[in-house]
Design a binder for this molecule. Structure first.
Ligand SMILES: [Zn+2]
Length: 227
């Protein structure tokens, strides 16, 4: 398309927000509020067969407010998962953690950009669980990383990424490219096949180091009404 006919919105026109944490709200409500901010609502992409749109973030905020997806603070449970774990999503329920629950090590998660990115990452897993059915861990994990890192780019202009330099660089490059890409129809940015492959390879290495061995996550869904 010739430049003269290009849409009037410049390439880097996404607004940059630095949301303020709201510590007086219960954590679940504060996360729901975070998901409804323009910056999270603007995290919209296609990654292979995955799609994340504003509708997903809104549905997740509703699930949190209705306690269909729960939030817990349990430092010991997070430590049990692994040294590198910042938080986790429990789809099935085990060891005293109820099903459909996001577990954080403390109440201050939303007070830092990385903590908010972690919350958004875990919400991406819960969004996937809402659909039910098994899914490839690499794909689901890649999409979750994109969500959290995208949020950091949008709010901070940079991202703190876990893992060694090589993996961090790949994640940074792929998500940076997605963040800056002109959205297509419905405001959704599309990852190229090469980006999907690079992202999955980096996430595979991260997962190996974290000790993950399962390649499928047998998501079992989230009840449609609170139970
Ligand atoms: Zn994850």
């Amino acid at each position: 398309m010739p430049l003269a006919d290009a849409p009037s919105v410049p390439r880097f026109a996404r607004p940059v927000f630095t949301p303020v944490a709201v510590p007086r709200l219960p954590l679940s409500h504060a996360i729901a509020a975070l998901l409804m901010t323009p910056v999270v609502q603007s995290i919209q992409f296609r990654f292979g067969y995955y799609k994340r749109t504003a509708k997903d973030w809104t549905a997740m905020a509703e699930a949190l407010m209705q306690r269909r997806v729960r939030v817990r603070v349990d430092a010991a449970a997070v430590t049990d998962i692994g040294d590198q774990t910042a938080a986790f999503y429990e789809p099935w329920g085990r060891d005293g953690v109820p099903r459909d629950t996001i577990v954080f090590p403390n109440h201050d998660t939303l007070s830092t950009p990385v903590g908010r990115a972690t919350a958004i990452h875990e919400c991406s897993h819960a969004i996937r669980d809402m659909r039910g059915g098994p899914d490839a861990r690499l794909h689901d994990e890649s999409a979750a990383y994109i969500c959290g890192i995208w949020y950091q780019f949008a709010t901070e202009g940079q991202a703190a990424i876990p893992g060694d330099a090589a993996e961090a660089r790949v994640l940074q490059e792929v998500v940076s490219a997605l963040f800056q890409r002109e959205p297509g129809r419905e405001g959704v940015v599309r990852a190229q096949a090469s980006e999907v492959n690079a992202m999955r390879a980096a996430v595979r290495r991260l997962g190996r180091k974290a000790g993950y061995t399962n390649t499928l996550i047998p998501y079992d869904g989230v009840p449609r009404s609170a139970g």
